[in-house]
Design a protein around this ligand. Structure first.
Ligand SMILES: NC(=O)C1=CN([C@@H]2O[C@H](COP(=O)(O)OP(=O)(O)OC[C@H]3O[C@@H](n4cnc5c(N)ncnc54)[C@H](OP(=O)(O)O)[C@@H]3O)[C@@H](O)[C@H]2O)C=CC1
Ligand SMILES: O=C(O)[C@@H]1CCC=N1
Length: 323
């Protein structure tokens, strides 16, 4: 068993997702060699394990979750120069990375023809052009297509492909690269497609289903989120440097602190207010710092940034006159 995944427009996000999937496959293979077991379910961090799967083919994937991940990978880019760089990126990964087939220039239609599942990772405005390429309609008919393009709706995507093509939206983020990603996927009822998509994105981190109406907000919170928290991370480290800490140590302290606090919210179920209050000694330094942050309206500024990013995301991939 095994299937082919084509990543059209394999830039930052395509590389992040493929890195997550390839590393996951290699980790599982090492674990199964070590333990002599055929599968590992320990790393499925999804809140929705593929439980409702009932068709015979999908059941096979449940018995052997590795099989729900692709075994052949094709990555396309626009320019030859980018293609050469991409080959080096996957080559440097070693292992399964060396097997990724990179195609530049006019490679999209052939890649789709060779694939079972197609991931569209191009810029939103390029997606329509790729799907309109000569021969694409025949190649993509009947395939499962997952678009990660911000602001490009399912209705738009469906109008660009034949009726036999299954279209799903996903919103992942850059930490997919180290398998700490957060991906939201639009609901889909077909059990096989569901199993395949869950396998791909849970191998990159967490994955959950949410209705398309929430996608612009998901784009802002999870898709753009790494940039927003990076700003806070950098600011915390800068403060440490201002007070005499060496730069590298300041960054390590801030990053590990951010990770620790986030993990307490995720895994110990602590509300952010509990997290904050448990650090805040009466009359202590934490409340002094917190009040300064409140004076600077950090909370409302961050929340408004999400609001602005959500509204902006809705316009991506749309006709500029309407956006
Ligand atoms: N970056 C992020 O954190 C996130 C991005 N997204 C979404 O992911 C998508 C990609 O973003 P990102 O990875 O940052 O973008 P990148 O610019 O890094 O990647 C886009 C890739 O598409 C390639 N490309 C351009 N034209 C074509 C073409 N005609 N055929 C095939 N490939 C082509 C480019 O190659 P070349 O340079 O040679 O033209 C490039 O490698 C966007 O739609 C974005 O909304 C979603 C979540 C998070
Ligand atoms: O900034 C953007 O448009 C993309 C979508 C989410 C993250 N990056």
């Amino acid at each position: 068993m095994g299937y082919t995944l084509a990543v059209l427009g394999c830039g930052t996000m395509g590389i992040a997702i493929l890195s997550g999937v390839l590393t996951s496959l290699e980790t599982r293979s090492q674990q199964s060699n070590g333990s002599n077991s055929t599968s590992s379910t320990a790393e499925n961090t999804s809140n929705e394990p593929p439980s409702g799967i009932s068709t015979p083919t999908a059941s096979q994937f449940l018995d052997a979750p590795d099989a729900a991940l692709p075994s052949r990978f094709i990555a396309t880019v626009g320019r030859e120069e980018t293609g050469r760089k991409l080959k080096k990126v996957f080559g440097a990964m070693g292992g399964l990375g060396t097997g990724v087939e990179v195609r530049a220039g006019k490679g999209n239609v052939d890649a789709v023809r060779d694939a079972d599942v197609v991931l569209i990772c191009s810029k939103p405005q390029i997606a329509k052009l790729i799907l309109a390429e000569q021969g694409m309609s025949d190649a993509i008919d009947g395939k499962l297509v997952v678009s990660i393009c911000a602001g490009v709706t399912i209705a738009q995507l469906e109008s660009w492909v034949p009726a036999g093509t299954k279209v799903v939206r996903a919103m992942p983020n850059t930490p997919c690269k180290i398998r700490e990603g957060m991906t939201v996927v639009t609901p889909l009822s077909d059990p096989l497609s569901r199993a395949l998509i869950l396998a791909i994105f849970t191998s990159c981190g967490r994955c959950r289903f949410l209705d398309e109406k929430h996608f612009d907000a998901c784009t802002a919170v999870a898709g753009s989120g790494p940039a927003f928290v990076a700003l806070v991370l950098e600011a915390m480290a800068d403060g440490g440097v201002m007070m005499g800490l060496p730069r590298a140590e300041a960054l390590e302290l801030a990053a590990q602190t951010m990770q620790g606090a986030a993990r307490m919210a995720l895994y110990a179920g602590l509300h952010p207010a509990q997290l904050k209050d448990s650090v805040t000694t009466p009359g202590g330094c934490t409340i002094a710092g917190l009040l300064t942050l409140e004076d600077g309206r950090v909370r409302s500024t961050m929340a408004r940034a999400i609001q602005v990013a959500t509204n902006h995301a809705a316009g991506l991939g749309q006709d500029p006159k309407k956006a």
